[in-house]
Design a protein. Sequence first.
Length: 402
Amino acid sequence: MDWRSLDEQYIISTYKRLPIAIAKGEGNYLYDTTGKSYLDLFTGLAVNVLGHSHPKIVEALKEQGTQFLHISNIFLNQPAIKLAKRLVDATIPGKVFFSNSGAEATEAAIKLIHKWSKTDGAGRDGIVVLRNSFHGRTLGAVRLTRQAHVYQDFPQPSFPVYELEVEDMDGLRAICKNEKPAAVLMEPVLGSGGVIPLSEDFLRDVAAVCQEEGMLLAMDEIQTGMGRTGKLFAYQHAGITPDLILFAKGVGGGLPLGGVIAGPRLMNQFKPGDHGTTFAPSPLSAALGNAVMDEWTDPAFASHVEEVIEYLWSSLVSLQERLPEQLQALRGKGMMVGIPLSVSPEEASRLQQNLLEDGILVDITQKTIVRLLPPLTLTKEDVDFFLGVFTRHLNAISAKEA
Ligand SMILES: *Cc1c(COP(=O)(O)O)cnc(C)c1O
């Protein structure tokens, strides 16, 4: 079967494809239809936080999968209630709204913030977002996504949006002097915008301005969440208290699940009929989410994650010391790494291909930035394997340049 030409004929082309077909996933590795293995440093875009076929995930799949898959929102949904309680207990006092995806989490956030504007916002309206942010592909989320190629060809909903440069506190104060925004929404580490971590000082300063002004603080933890940066959610490194936390990607352990955790000012804004969705929260996704939380709250797992993050970064930093030319702007946090390369987009995608041929799957974002989003189950051996192969290819690139 020629899957490639059937794909081109029948599937609308919204993503570039890699030239491999996956047959199975096990642990931190993917296997293609020819049996070749790939260390998975992409995890389906930060979704498979426990790698592939993790025993706890498989067990939850079997247990919930043989009971019921979908019951709708007219019944109590035990796996979802359990997961909501665990998410709230681990973050801020509040309540959860579940969605199927990240973009829908952003839509729920926009609606909640707007409701608050109308009821308690005292004339505040609109949302401050960062330049190069990514908050999703639905129209409301696209309005908040400040990357021109994502929004420029589409209609823009009319609510006010204010664009702020990363780390620009004066910019935020200037916006607040002239306008009355209702909320600030930020990714603690900008993901598709180029893996740009916000400093803890910036996060704390923004939180302080929100407090002074009476604005809401919303964190988009869709990519950074579920342990990726070493804490359950990345804002927790800065010791701040947001009003709203957006989650998705890793939260369903590989199945579609997203949503928001809404703090005291937002959690009672929706009344029955104000918002909803048919599928979410899928009991099966929520059961898998509980399996992820089981693993995350196991102290042995937590210390594994901490240890591997430390090993990953000390290895990256020592590689940077050996190849300062190629690795000028290494950045990220935890298991979220951005390696900007000074090569052409074509060379970057050739590097991705070459790594693939050597059994390693990485992502390229913003055309020339290698982005690593490994599973939290990553091992030191995986790190060594990646860095060995990666160093060889970086050397090959620089040899060619010289
Ligand atoms: C992926 C992502 C989204 C959108 O999530 P989808 O599930 O693709 O709709 C929003 N915000 C951030 C930070 C993301 O990484």
